[in-house]
Design a binder for this molecule. Structure first.
Ligand SMILES: Nc1ncnc2c1ncn2[C@@H]1O[C@H](COP(=O)(O)OP(=O)(O)OP(=O)(O)O)[C@@H](O)[C@H]1O
Ligand SMILES: [Mg+2]
Length: 273
C-alpha cells in the first residue's frame, strides 16, 4: 500500500531541506576556505612588500647621501648640477615611498608597536615642515601652536610622517603664492571629557571634489586629475595617516574649507596615554 499523500509531501520536504542544508554547508566551507586563502595571500603579499622595502632602505640612503655630497661639491651653474639634483629628488621620493610602505605593513599587522613618548607638538610640526621645505623651499608654511608647551603622547616618527604626507598633498594641490598652514590646538571632545590635541593642515588649493571625498582614505586611491608638475602619487599617503592616527586612539577627517577655496585635514590625538 502506498504512503498517504500527506506523508509523501513531508518526505519530499524533508529531502529538500536536507539538500538545502547540505548545499549551504558546502557553500560555507567553500567561503571559509576562500577567506583563509585570501588572508594567507594577503599576509604573503605584506611580507614580500615589507622585505623588499626593507632591503631598499640601505641602498637608497646611500644614493641620497652620495648625491647630496656631489651636490655640495658642484657649483649650481654647472650643467651637471640639475642631473645630480634630479637623482637626489627621485631617490628621496622612493625613500618616502619605502617608508610609507614599511609603516603601513607594520600597522596592518594587527599588533602595531608604537614607540610612544610625550613629545612637544611644536617640535614634531617643525620637523615635518623642515623636511618638506627641503624639497619645496619656495613654499611658505605658517604655523600656529599654543604658547605654552604642549606635550602629546605619540610615536613621533609616525606622527611626523602623517604631517609630511598631509603637507606633501597640500603642496601638490596649492599654487606657490597661496597659503598653507599647520595649527595645533587642544579640545575637550567626547562624553568622558577626554582632552585631545587637534592638528589641522589647511591649504588654498582647489579642494577635493565631492565625488572623491568618500574615497580618499582608501588604499591606492589617487586622483585621476593630477595637478600640473606633481610627482606621481600611488594613493598610500592618506591610508597611512588614517592607520597611524587610529593606532594612537585618534581620528582623522578631511573636508573642504568653508572660508574660501582649499582643503583641510584635521586629526586628533588623545592627550592621555
Ligand atoms: N590637500 C588636498 N587637496 C586636494 N585633494 C587632495 C588633497 N590631499 C589629498 N587629496 C586627494 O586625495 C587623494 C589621495 O591622497 P593620498 O595622499 O592618499 O595619495 P596621493 O597623494 O595621490 O599619493 P601618495 O601620497 O601615495 O604619493 C589624492 O590623489 C587627491 O586626489
Ligand atoms: Mg599623498
Amino acid at each position: 500500500m502506498g504512503l498517504p499523500e500527506a506523508h509523501i509531501v513531508i518526505v519530499c520536504l524533508l529531502a529538500f531541506l536536507c539538500i538545502a542544508l547540505a548545499a549551504n554547508h558546502f557553500r560555507t566551507v567553500r567561503q571559509r576556505t576562500r577567506v583563509t586563502e585570501e588572508i594567507l595571500r594577503e599576509r604573503f603579499r605584506g611580507n614580500l612588500l615589507r622585505s623588499i622595502s626593507h632591503d631598499l632602505r640601505t641602498p637608497l640612503a646611500g644614493i641620497i647621501g652620495t648625491s647630496e655630497m656631489l651636490m655640495n661639491m658642484t657649483a649650481q651653474n654647472d650643467r651637471r648640477y640639475p642631473l645630480i639634483a634630479g637623482i637626489h629628488k627621485d631617490a628621496d621620493w622612493l625613500h618616502s615611498l619605502v617608508e610609507n610602505i614599511l609603516s603601513l605593513t607594520r600597522l596592518q599587522d594587527g599588533k602595531p608597536v608604537l614607540n610612544k613618548q610625550k613629545e612637544a607638538a611644536e617640535e614634531v610640526v617643525g620637523a615635518a615642515i623642515h623636511h618638506i621645505s627641503r624639497y619645496y623651499p619656495e613654499y611658505e608654511i605658517t604655523v600656529q601652536v599654543p604658547d605654552e608647551l604642549l606635550l602629546i603622547p605619540m610615536d613621533a616618527r609616525l606622527i611626523r610622517q602623517v604631517l609630511i604626507n598631509l603637507l606633501d598633498n597640500a603642496v601638490k594641490h596649492t599654487a606657490l603664492q597661496d597659503e598653507i598652514s599647520v595649527s595645533v590646538t587642544t579640545d575637550q571632545e567626547d562624553l568622558q571629557n577626554n582632552m585631545y590635541a587637534v592638528f589641522a593642515v589647511r591649504d588654498r588649493g582647489n579642494g577635493i571634489a565631492d565625488s572623491e571625498l568618500p574615497h580618499i582614505f582608501q588604499m591606492f586611491y589617487t586622483s585621476r586629475v593630477k595637478p600640473d608638475d606633481a610627482q606621481p602619487g600611488i594613493g598610500l599617503g592618506l591610508p597611512i595617516c588614517d592607520a597611524v592616527v587610529k593606532a594612537h586612539g585618534g581620528s582623522i577627517m578631511a573636508r573642504n574649507r568653508t572660508d574660501g577655496p582649499g582643503a583641510e585635514f584635521i586629526f586628533k590625538l588623545p592627550l592621555e596615554n
